[in-house]
Ligand binder design. Structure first.
Ligand code: CP
Length: 310
């Protein structure tokens, strides 16, 4: 699929399921153009944006903030711990309030899956919602930066062999990526502990032992072990997990010379991947973080364009 610099127009960005293939390709293409120095769209009026992070974040929160500042948006400080959330205010009432103050875009990370549905279905709230991750549901901006990274490497998605490996059931990264990668024609495998695999993945790819496919992969996409979402279901010692499912130096040597390693980060070093491999030649983990700024600029431009068309 050729990438073209199409202008994308969005009302919200909440799930990869709601994006067409053309919109995905347009956003990636715009992210690449911005990275290559293309000027961002100029704003025709003051635009307020707030980042509401109810779960911890470094990459998503800070790269949205950098993207917002590069675009000239007015970023409103919002800290959950000093807000009226601590007096029991709900997410809905928090967004209703910011909307009433004139905030036009809210980037939100929250532990509740599908938290955004109530916000985008509200007849009162007019702010656009950008999902920065909903529990183990979706993480669309991460998925778009992952796709941008794969496209920069291979120039296509069709036929690219991708293995998503690790804590699948708890991963919004896996769920966002599996759907869109299949739609774009990639060949998908899943690997990792059986207890962190569920039937919902069957329609998108094959569950395999990492050692059975490692030599033929183009992309090994490792996932973080999400201890905070485990109810004691399938706990492993770090060493056991690393040896059975992680990227050891021995497995790294089995990868093709053209293969790449991805990880959304934060990385548990010596658990999902050997400490020394995080910045190895085949690793694109740092590049993913850099790409996050540009793809998030593209997302925000598309949202601003969508608001101008209303
Ligand atoms: N990849 C990712 O979402 O990282 P953060 O949790 O630091 O935002």
């Amino acid at each position: 699929m050729p990438v073209v610099d199409d202008k994308v127009v969005l009302r919200h960005l909440v799930s990869m399921e709601y994006l067409s293939e053309e919109e995905v390709v347009g956003l990636i293409s715009r992210g690449i153009s911005l990275k290559n120095g293309r000027a961002s769209q100029s704003l025709d009026k003051q635009t307020f944006i707030a980042n509401l992070f109810f779960e911890n974040s470094t990459r998503t929160h800070k790269s949205f903030e950098v993207a917002e500042k590069k675009l000239g948006l007015d970023v409103i400080d919002f800290h959950v711990e000093t807000s009226s959330v601590n007096k029991g205010e709900t997410l809905y009432d928090t967004v209703l309030t910011l909307d009433a103050l004139g905030v036009e875009i809210c980037v939100i990370r929250h532990s509740e899956v599908d938290y955004y549905k109530q916000l985008i279905e509200s007849s009162t709230i007019s702010a656009s919602i950008v999902n920065g991750g909903d529990g183990s549901g979706q993480h669309p901006s991460q998925s778009l930066l992952d796709l941008m990274t794969i496209y920069e490497e291979f120039g296509r998605f069709e036929g690219v062999k991708v293995c998503i490996a690790g804590d699948l059931t708890h991963s919004r990264v896996a769920k966002s990526n599996m759907q869109i990668l299949k739609r774009l024609g990639a060949q998908l495998y899943f690997s990792g502990p059986e207890q962190w695999y569920s039937k919902e993945f069957d329609s998108y790819g094959q569950h395999v032992a990492i050692d059975d496919v490692i030599e033929e992969l183009d992309v090994l996409m490792l996932l973080r072990v999400q201890h905070e979402r485990h109810d004691g279901n399938g706990t492993f010692s770090k060493e056991t997990y690393y040896r059975q499912f992680g990227l050891t130096k021995e497995r790294y040597e089995c990868l093709k010379s053209s293969a790449i390693i991805m990880h959304p980060a934060p990385v548990n070093r010596d658990v999902e991947i050997a400490d020394s491999l995080v910045e190895a030649d085949k690793s694109r983990i740092v590049k993913q973080m850099t790409n996050g700024v540009f793809v998030r600029m593209a997302i925000l431009e598309a949202i601003i364009a969508g608001r101008q068309e209303r």
